[in-house]
Design a protein around this ligand. Structure first.
Ligand code: FAD
Length: 487
């Protein structure tokens, strides 16, 4: 097993936040509940119809779709560490639609494309229910929606254009404005002044989903090799995926190794690698009761670096966001995954939103890398010749995105001319990110501007000139870098 997350424990945080762990709380919990059948590293030569590289949700859903639609195909999945070790086992577990960002989606993908993509993502939320029932998957899923709360008058919420588009396309009921009283009935934060609610969201235990997908794939005869990183890809017919102790010859290869793909020349300008941090409290069922947060509805606020938080079946709150780490040149590891400051920023969100929780203890802190494109949209491309495909760039929206992505990638592999292969996210990234050494300072300054602006607003000082100016310049860059795909 390859451990690529730096030291086992990160820097010690001040106060009551523990050091940032090498594995997420979710993954530790899932492995304790069920370590699963062993998936030994690849040794020697293997042959396959399809070789999937990466055992996160993108790779797992792709292998699942292939097993469903073409069960005769031999599929080998290679995972450098263990399935769920990347962002897929570390995230907030918000299996979410993109209704709140509909106007932005339409600006990037055209109105028809944006609406089609948002509707397809929302459909994945219902499909997950069906998948869970069909496979008796134990992933602590609660399809109870989400409150996007305006935690202060300075938080704007979805724009009018989003509501206009929803109404025009018959989706007005998917996003409902609520006032302060209704927002506070979800959970009693004195910060809430209103917000929007959508029913189309399921909170899950993400690492359990990754491990259950792994179980189902093994039952379907997919060969999974953990502890088996792809070292090199040799294109050709067949293509060869070279690993430390062997190689897979495959008619087709699907690259779904997420943020780690940043080190490959072809993807160097496709996305920036950022890290997001989460913390989880000790069980606090009585405090949740006192807040009135007795549902499993997710909550996010509407700042630039939004906080997202949800409860667990044993009465904890997990919260992430508020800040972001930026990885230089896609070199994943070290302090940017173990920063005590970034874990504390996540923890700060809890007591800022709910001062009633002051003094609550946190049982774990962790982080994960994300491949963040200029548009925050994923891309699905096939190399000339059609033997190598990639599905990357899921950014912070990868849960529904990868479920849909598995369908898209399976269609590209099977050369199916269907609604999935015509999704508007098929093609190269809409815009490239700046090269290093420019990228790190640029992305870092935008992250700083958002974080500092949010912090100043929290303290009632307004965003301040510099954060405003940097965010405005970044907004202009987004508007002028040709990041649109009309279909
Ligand atoms: C803290 C955090 C919170 C988040 N919250 C949410 C959320 O609530 N909702 C949401 O929709 N999204 C969220 N995201 C984003 C989401 O987790 C990702 O978009 C999604 O998991 C991406 O899946 P993936 O399969 O592309 O990548 P990953 O899950 O990162 O999988 C890539 C896999 O490839 C493996 N790998 C790397 N290199 C190689 C190699 N050379 N050979 C073989 N295997 C390799 C890695 O070990 C890893 O397991 C969050 C992310 C983080 C970090």
């Amino acid at each position: 097993m390859t451990q690529r997350r730096g030291s086992a424990n990160g820097e010690r945080a001040n106060g009551n936040v523990p050091p940032v762990g090498a594995r997420s709380f979710w993954l530790d919990e899932a492995l304790r509940a069920d370590p699963g059948a062993p998936c030994r590293p690849l040794t020697g030569k293997a042959a396959a119809d399809v070789c999937v590289v990466g055992g996160g949700f993108a790779g797992l859903w792709t292998a699942y779709e292939l097993a469903e639609r073409a069960p005769h195909l031999g599929v080998v999945l290679l995972e450098a560490d263990i399935c769920g070790a990347g962002g897929s086992g570390a995230n907030g577990g918000f299996f979410s639609p993109s209704w709140t960002g509909l106007s932005t989606l339409c600006a990037s993908l055209g109105e028809q494309g944006g609406v089609a993509y948002a509707a397809a993502l929302a459909a994945m939320v219902d499909e997950l229910d069906v998948w869970i029932a069909r496979h008796e998957a134990r992933i602590d899923a609660f399809h109870e929606g989400i409150l996007y709360a305006r935690a202060g008058e300075w938080q704007a919420g979805p724009d009018d254009e989003t509501f206009r588009l929803l109404a025009k396309h018959g989706c007005a009921d998917r996003l409902r404005r609520v006032d302060a009283a209704e927002a506070r009935r979800v959970a009693d934060s004195p910060r809430f002044v209103g917000g929007v609610i959508t029913p189309d969201l399921t909170v899950i235990q993400p690492a359990k989903l990754a491990r259950e997908l792994r179980r189902v794939l093994l039952e379907r005869g997919v060969r999974i090799c953990e502890g088996t990183p792809m070292l090199r890809l040799e294109t050709g017919r067949p293509a060869r995926v070279v690993t430390p102790a062997g190689a897979v010859a495959a008619a087709q290869v699907v690259l779904t190794h997420g943020a780690w793909a940043a080190r490959q020349r072809h993807f160097r300008r496709a996305f920036a690698v950022c890290t997001d941090f989460m913390v989880i409290t000790e069980p606090i069922p009585a405090l949740l009761e006192a807040l009135g947060w007795t549902s499993h509805m997710g909550i996010a606020d509407l700042r630039e670096m939004l906080y997202y938080l949800r409860t667990t079946p044993d009465g904890r709150i997990a919260i992430g966001g508020g800040a972001m780490g930026i990885v230089y040149g896609g070199r994943i590891g070290g302090r940017v995954l173990t920063s005590a400051r970034l874990a504390e920023m996540a923890a700060h969100g809890l007591t800022w939103l709910f001062p009633q929780l002051e003094g609550v203890r946190f049982d774990a802190a962790w982080s994960g890398p994300m491949d963040v494109t200029s548009t925050a949209l994923p891309f699905f491309e096939s190399a000339p010749g059609g033997t190598v495909h990639a599905g990357l760039g899921f950014s912070g929206h990868g849960l529904t995105g990868t479920k849909l992505g598995g369908k898209i990638l399976a269609s590209l592999v099977l050369r199916d001319d269907d609604r999935w292969s015509h999704m508007p996210v098929v093609g190269p990234p809409l815009a490239s990110v700046p090269p290093e050494p420019l990228r790190w300072p640029l992305v870092q300054s935008v992250a700083w501007a958002h974080e500092a602006g949010d912090r100043a607003e929290e303290q009632g000082r307004g965003r301040g000139f510099l954060p405003r100016a940097i965010a405005a310049v970044y907004g202009q860059y987004g508007a002028h870098n040709g990041a649109t795909r009309e279909r």
